[in-house]
Write a protein that binds this ligand. Structure first.
Ligand SMILES: [Zn+2]
Length: 310
């Protein structure tokens, strides 16, 4: 058996997996603090509890952020604020087993590819639309990480250099146009400025509740602001996906993340701009699929990337 860990911004999931990839037991750690020492020790505790009395092949850890090639040090983790922490070495010393650290979206894309898609398509581009946008790529049957292990940053593909400011400091990134937190911020601002429409009824006047699912609901009810915003999101999503298809000519575009899971319409609404901006031969070939393994994907991916490299 093996252990998979997914370190998020507010919780950590630790899972025990069988050799066929199934998650047989799972535990959630709610993080009361985010400092490295605390999180590391809580994760070690939970792993030891899960692994007790079992032969464990190793531990795969999925974490947001940039992972250094070779050492697998976490150079920067945006959701926990960690800088240059040596999680792999620290865990190996404490657990006395092999540990692999992988970017979380790489891990999720690999997990979906290997287990949900059974490793069949050769080229898969994973686009995870959550608060921001994460990317993962399987090229010619292998996870692609770039020359210094920090590639596949699909969320920072520039779709409009004059566009809105991104959290990375640049302008018009894919995620600044389609990421959940950016969309919500935009609608919130307009409501705070006095906009009242069906969206205000949908959230019952409680701005703190607002998420992209509400925006889609108000869009369906004919709210003018949400029509404008949601159609723009769909337009740019289609453009972003078209660019990826033009560059990589993938077998599969795999869409996941909270915004996608919370929407029934967005993928269909993105089709017109996707078709308008993609090269016909590539577009004809590609299957657009939703990710199906949800939170297990990163656990499965990270723990089965153990053998992939040393
Ligand atoms: Zn950016």
């Amino acid at each position: 058996m093996r252990i998979g860990v997914d370190i998020g911004g507010s919780k950590v999931i630790v899972g025990l997996l069988g050799e066929e990839g199934r998650v047989v037991e799972k535990r959630r750690i709610v993080l009361e603090r985010r400092d490295y020492g605390y999180v590391r020790d809580r994760v070690v505790e939970e792993i030891l509890r899960l692994a007790e009395g079992r032969a464990i092949k190793g531990v795969g850890i999925a974490s947001a952020g940039q992972i250094e090639a070779g050492t697998q040090r976490i150079l920067f983790s945006p959701n926990l604020g960690w800088q240059d922490v040596n999680l792999k070495a620290d865990m190996e010393e404490r657990l006395r087993t092999k540990v692999h650290v992988e970017n979380d979206v790489n891990a999720a894309t690999y997990g979906e590819w290997r287990f949900a898609l059974r490793g069949e398509p050769k080229t898969v581009i994973g686009v995870y639309v959550g608060t921001g946008i994460g990317g993962g790529m399987i090229l010619d049957g292998r996870l692609y990480r770039g020359s210094s292990n920090v590639g596949a940053e699909i969320g920072h593909m520039i779709l409009d250099p004059m566009g809105p400011r991104c959290n990375c400091g640049r302008r018009g990134c894919f995620e600044a146009l389609c990421g959940g937190s950016y969309i919500v911020r935009k609608v919130k601002k307009r409501i705070e400025e006095g906009y009242r429409g069906r969206i205000y009824e949908v959230i019952e006047g409680d701005l703190d509740r607002l998420h992209t699912g509400h925006i889609e609901k108000a869009f369906l009810l004919g709210d003018a602001l949400c029509e404008e915003v949601w159609e723009e999101v769909a337009f740019y999503l289609g453009c972003g996906l078209a660019s990826l298809v033009n560059i990589f000519n993938p077998d599969v575009l795999l869409l996941g993340g909270g915004v996608i899971y919370g929407s029934n319409l967005l993928i269909d609404l993105a089709l017109p701009s996707f078709e308008a901006y993609s090269l016909p031969v590539s577009a004809k070939n590609v299957k657009v699929l939703r990710a199906t393994l949800r939170e297990d994907a990163a656990l499965m991916g990270a723990s089965f990337l153990l053998e992939e490299r040393d």
